[in-house]
Design a protein around this ligand. Sequence first.
Ligand SMILES: [Zn+2]
Ligand SMILES: [Zn+2]
Length: 309
Amino acid sequence: MAVNKIVLFYGFAPLADPEAVRLWQRALAERWELTGRVIVAAHGINATLGGTVENLKQYVRTTRSYAPFAGVDVKWSDGTGRDFPRLSVKVRPELVSFGDPGAVRVDDGGVVGGGARLTPDELDALVAERGDDVVLFDGRNAFEAAIGRFRGAVVPDVATTRDFVAELDSGRYDDLKSRPVVTYCTGGVRCEVLSSLMVERGFSEVYQLDGGIVRYGEQRGDAGLWDGSLYVFDERRHVEFGDATVPLGRCATCAAPTALYENCGDPSCSTLTLCCDDCVGAHRAAQCEACSAVRPGAELRDTRSWARV
Ligand SMILES: [Zn+2]
Ligand SMILES: [Zn+2]
């Protein structure tokens, strides 16, 4: 039987013709029957793809044969073969939407002026050496952090990545500017940009967790500085790194521990709500509070759809 996997990778490199790269990536992914999402920008590539392990290896080998992507760090995890509903390959102004494509400078070495990279070992060593002075800074949306985060992390109150620039400029984190700050996100791509934005704004000692939470969890399981689950933007929806994970999320209806986000039952609404296994049926059969106020009695979705942000 085919073994299914998911690959996650990104590469910051100047691309002269993103549209040509998009066409090539689409043809390649179709040829190897992959599903998932690839974003191409003038600054590089960001991809999450699922398929059989053999097909993914062929895809990765060919992708790396293109010089700007030769060094991409590919993270592998287990898949089911139906983790993504379709294949989407798009050109976008930014690899991750901070809302300001001009804010990032990229050369052949990647993002210019980002935070120093820490491996999981180096992160643990930094925390062991400098203790509570080290600030772990969550580079994701607040709802992702609600089901899993580094112990004691600062979790900015952002609904989308676009909110980060205003959040940093609000002055709310200015007292962290003289402390060691380690940014982290799912696979590292958001921190490439976020850490450079922090350096630019005068944070004096900025690091980024290389390979993100995915790599840290792979190496530490439940034993490290990470608590709870990792939110993922595909049909798995959340990932645990061991058998002893204690859920951090609470069901919005009954407060039972959970790591599961459910879409609102109304297909035109993108609100995600934490929901336990017992409450999920009732949740799917109803609108959230906000949309029942605006569109009472709207027709509800019949199957759960891919949670998007
Ligand atoms: Zn519940
Ligand atoms: Zn709703």
